[in-house]
Design a protein around this ligand. Structure first.
Ligand code: GLY
Ligand code: MN
Ligand code: MN
Length: 369
């Protein structure tokens, strides 16, 4: 049994536990997780029906059939051709799997027009969200997933070290030019596409946590927030360092960087099985509040990372989810001084049996070399 079949079988156990009759998936991380077939959503009907018992069934546009047979363990692949009505095929599959009056969990990211077609085809069925089963399954990463996440983190680390070495050569580049350099460095290190738009927040732009990059030129003394990651085997990296490429940083920067680094270390030290996610948020926040910057830490401490770069568990006050071995998430405290500069430092961690494994190891200091 391969990883994908094992995960689909686990999904079936969860379906039984929540009293649902099937999950109906659409091109998404859930569909890849259960089948091994990876595709972006598009305009043609493409569903994977995972019934509570028995074998899953794909309904796919004919042009995908051969690809899916190669990539997925699922052997029941039914096709429809351009010009056919795929909704008729949905009704046939629902009859075959005895789902017409069942409770179906549809992919959370399924486009509304496909959900509407399912509802119209199966007027006696009731519908919920597939996250009811998949969130819990995907929270704890298996060995294959951890291996991919470790390799993605290595790609971030390698790119981070190379970009830091630019030193004074980064001065005069626009944020966009540096972002392009980071993208090609990630690719050179083995990354398979960006996990999200590269963030290069120079000077005052660093105080906007999700500023991506623009036309501002990097100046001597600018703190620059560098946040990036690339996919490896469909799993992303996500790492942040704040660097001054050349010159003296602005007044107050060194203290802010020291506080954020201390908060990161406190957060990582708080990670162990049995503690609540919010305890990690409290650990980073306490350091920043004690230093007098509580109002400038304007986001949660972190987020789970898996097939999606932002997924549960969210490391935030109010989340009493108990941490378990195999969970992977970011610890990314930041201080943002509006109009001046920002500092964020971010590492990914895996919860282990007795604490955590850090996935990122590149230097966390602000000095360029
Ligand atoms: N790139 C945004 C984040 O670190 O979550
Ligand atoms: Mn990030
Ligand atoms: Mn992050």
């Amino acid at each position: 049994m391969n990883d994908f079949e094992r995960r689909a079988r686990a999904c079936q156990e969860r379906l039984e536990a929540v009293d649902a009759d099937a999950a109906v998936l659409f091109p998404s991380p859930n569909l890849y997780y259960a089948s091994g077939f990876h595709e972006e959503p598009a305009e043609r009907h493409l569903f994977l029906f995972v019934p509570e018992t028995g074998d899953p069934v794909f309904l796919v546009p004919k042009l995908y059939a051969s690809q899916i047979r190669d990539e997925s363990w699922v052997s029941d692949v039914r096709t429809w051709a351009d010009g056919d009505d795929p909704v008729e095929a949905v009704k046939t599959i629902a009859d075959d799997l005895d789902l017409a009056g069942g409770h179906l969990l549809v992919d959370d990211t399924m486009w509304a027009r496909f959900t509407q077609d399912l509802e119209a085809a199966l007027p006696d069925a009731t519908f919920g969200l597939a996250s009811e089963v998949f969130d819990d399954l995907r929270l704890r990463k298996d060995d294959t997933e951890l291996d991919a996440l470790r390799r993605a983190a290595e790609v971030s680390d390698q790119a981070s070290e190379e970009i830091r070495k630019l030193g004074g050569a980064a001065v005069g580049l626009t944020e966009r030019e540096l972002a392009e350099e980071i993208e090609s460095t990630l690719a050179g290190a083995g990354g398979g596409g960006l996990a999200f738009d590269v963030i290069v927040g120079s000077g005052p732009n660093g105080a906007k946590p999700h500023h991506s990059h623009g036309d501002r030129e990097i100046q001597r003394g600018d703190p620059v927030v560098l946040d990036f990651g690339a996919f490896v085997d469909h799993y992303p990296g996500d790492q942040t360092r704040t660097v001054v490429f050349a010159g003296d940083p602005p007044e107050g920067f060194e203290e802010v960087h020291r506080v954020v680094l201390e908060a990161l270390e406190a957060g990582v030290a708080a990670v162990e099985p049995g503690v609540e996610a919010q305890a990690v948020d409290r650990a980073t926040r306490r350091v920043i509040e004690d230093a007098g910057y509580g109002d400038e830490f304007i986001h949660r401490t972190g987020h789970g990372v898996g097939l999606e770069v932002h997924e549960p568990p969210y490391i935030v006050e109010g989340n009493d989810q108990v941490l378990e071995p195999g969970m992977v998430f970011s610890v990314e405290p930041g201080i943002y001084l509006d109009g001046r500069f920002g500092v964020r430092i971010e590492d990914l961690v895996v919860v282990t049996d007795d604490g955590c494994e850090r996935l990122n190891h590149s230097p966390r200091t602000w000095e360029s070399l």
